[in-house]
Design a protein around this ligand. Structure first.
Ligand code: FAD
Length: 317
């Protein structure tokens, strides 16, 4: 079922969902199931599965270092299909512009259609690790808007190159990313919101936000988005702080601010076990306020380990 239908059917009740990251290749998928199992009692209607672009690694060959391209966490669509089959839950594979040609994307979309995957999260992706700025892959898309356009085209039967006789059109529900504290490359929040509006106008059906730790930022973002004519559901993304290093890493990677009270509480922790508890308590408070405000879904970034998400969900669902 489409995410937007799940939201409609919930009739104002806030739903629980979460995002998982595929295991590094070579690892057993059972590890992933072991982390998902404890969360299924909270009846998530959907689970997101992230994807990652190519990376370069250097391998020794004949005494010389050779640059090789690799993907460390493949399997997004396969994992989605497997979760749908195992848990009877809808899944949302993330699809990227960066690292993929339009043809490769079309191939992936057709796989999704055959597998009964009805939702997709359309993202640009970040710059490759060896590049300072994002550069579109040759033959790929430059912005998420263009990827949304490709998915929408497929929904209306338009393949990249072929005019096909269609007897069954896909009908993907498309999610896109939104940034309450603006995307790191955007010159202002307002211009970033204009870009978000372009994604919605191109065919996106809902938005999932970047993590934020101050609900006010989300509320203001939703207001500003509505004022700009963005009328699709805006799902808040919540990440519980888990280790002390997050105080440096999260602002650096995502260009987000952390509230001083949260920083002080984490600073006061003697161990990362204490930090994890602070992160859980902060996320519970955030989630309660968001739920009271009537958000459609509380969507958690699980980053592999589910004990903290379970502790939060137990208080809310
Ligand atoms: P876009 O919407 O294309 O925007 C990128 C930047 O370009 C923004 O600054 C925007 O303002 C600007 N812009 C947009 N259109 C134009 C235009 N026409 N001209 C000029 N500027 C423009 N990354 C992964 O690699 N894998 C994942 O699975 C993943 N999942 C994510 C899930 C969520 C909920 C979120 C919030 C992010 C996720 N990301 C993921 C990170 C995401 O790929 C990065 O934040 C990326 O840098 C931007 O992606 P986007 O889809 O928002 O890009």
């Amino acid at each position: 079922m489409k995410i937007t239908d799940h939201i409609k059917n919930a009739k104002g009740e806030t739903l629980f969902s979460f995002e998982i990251v595929p295991p590094v290749k070579g690892r057993n998928i059972q590890e992933l199931y072991n982390n998902i199992d404890p969360l299924m009692e909270f009846k998530p209607p959907f689970i997101d599965v992230t994807t990652s672009r190519e990376e370069f690694v250097y391998r020794e060959k004949d005494g010389l270092l050779e640059k090789q391209v690799t993907r460390m966490r493949p399997g997004t669509v396969g994992i989605c299909a497997s979760l749908q089959h195992k848990y009877g839950v809808d899944t949302v594979p993330h699809v990227l512009c960066g690292g993929f040609t339009k043809e490769e994307t079309e191939y992936l979309l057709v796989d999704c259609q055959y597998l009964g995957i009805e939702n997709l999260m359309a993202l640009r992706g970040d710059a490759r690790k060896d590049q300072q700025y994002f550069e579109a892959t040759k033959g790929g898309h430059a912005y998420a808007t263009d990827l949304v356009g490709q998915i929408k085209d497929l929904n209306s039967g338009k393949y990249l190159h072929d005019d096909c006789q269609m007897d069954h059109l896909p009908d993907f529900c498309i999610g896109v990313a939104g940034y309450p504290e603006k995307h790191l490359e955007a010159p202002s929040l307002k211009s970033d919101l204009k870009r978000l509006k372009e994604k919605v106008d191109a065919g996106a059906h809902y938005v999932v936000t970047q993590m934020f730790f101050d609900n006010q930022k989300y509320f203001e973002f939703v207001e500003a988005a509505k004022a700009m004519g963005i009328n699709v559901p805006i799902i808040p993304g919540i990440k519980p702080i888990a280790v002390k290093r997050h105080l440096q890493v999260l602002p650096q990677v995502f260009r987000i601010d952390l509230p001083q009270d949260l920083i002080d509480a984490v600073d006061d922790c003697a161990t990362n076990k204490d930090v994890r508890q602070v992160g859980i308590e902060w996320a519970i408070q955030q989630s309660k306020e968001l739920k009271e405000a009537g958000v459609p879904v509380l969507h958690y970034y699980s980053m592999g380990k589910s004990d903290n998400i379970k502790a939060i969900a137990k208080e809310l669902f």
